[in-house]
Design a protein around this ligand. Structure first.
Ligand code: ZN
Length: 260
């Protein structure tokens, strides 16, 4: 039952992330007006706004204009529902921490969508991640080994380390390749990731994100869809690295630094 509830709560959060990803770059309010059809702009009734289910029942079409509603809407809800369930399975015995961790995953998903769409990361979400990570640090089982002030210090340090290693990597990349590979938004995002997973976590996330991003970029270049000089948004890959690291790798101290 609790598993189902966390899944459903994740789906609702995913529904809100869809709104956030659409409205934040357009500088529209994220609370009002209520949900609207992305095609005809008419309001969506509450009974047509049940995450995942409504999209399936309406077969991916708006009830009013019958135009297709992009599958991305249900995909985001499903991904967020699965992330929420995964957090509950991993940390269900620590409900306060689990709730905070789900919100952090949601912020990373929203950042990814916005960076993917616009090539820019809204600083407000990254700063929220930093602040949230420091505030949630005393609950964080990944930091401080149960001593709350160590956890808070590790979180602040993690944010600093995240910012610095991202800055150093960007500077080195500019030296070697002569072009900007990362923007300022990536630096603050990695600081936010460090606030939740510490300096090692920020480092792991940068490493993993670069790896996945490189595989994606090289794949697109080989298929002739991208040129080598084309920019690739880095935020989604940092987020994938961060979430994967969050669940799987950090407790192992991947790759070189044994944590416990
Ligand atoms: Zn419509």
């Amino acid at each position: 039952m609790a598993g189902f509830l966390s899944f459903f709560w994740g789906a609702c959060l995913g529904s809100f992330i869809n709104v956030l990803a659409y409205r934040l770059p357009r500088e529209e309010s994220v609370v009002s007006p209520g949900s609207r059809c992305p095609r005809c702009g008419r309001p969506i009734a509450p009974y047509d706004n049940i995450p995942v289910l409504s999209w399936l029942l309406l077969r991916g079409r708006c009830r009013r204009c019958r135009k297709p509603i992009p599958a991305r809407y249900i995909a985001v809800e499903a991904v967020m529902a699965c992330l929420s369930l995964a957090v509950w399975l991993r940390w269900g015995e620590r409900p306060a921490w689990a709730a905070a961790a789900v919100l952090a995953c949601g912020a990373l998903l929203a950042v990814s969508l916005i960076d993917w769409d616009t090539g820019y990361i809204p600083d407000v979400l990254s700063f929220a991640l930093i602040a949230g990570g420091v505030l949630a640090a005393p609950l964080n089982p990944l930091l401080g080994q149960g001593v709350w002030y160590w956890a808070a210090a590790s979180s602040v340090l993690g944010a600093g380390v995240g910012f610095l290693i991202c800055w150093a990597t960007a500077a080195a990349g500019k030296r070697i390749f002569g072009k900007e590979a990362m923007g300022g938004g990536d630096l603050i995002l990695l600081a936010g990731i460090g606030a939740w997973s510490g300096g090692v976590g920020a480092y792991d996330s940068l490493l993993l994100g670069s790896l996945v991003g490189a595989v994606y970029g090289v794949g697109r270049v080989l298929k002739g869809e991208l040129r080598l000089a084309d920019p690739v948004p880095f935020g989604p890959f940092l987020a994938v690295g961060a979430v994967f690291n969050f669940f799987v790798l950090l407790p192992l101290g991947f790759p070189f630094v044994p944590i416990r």
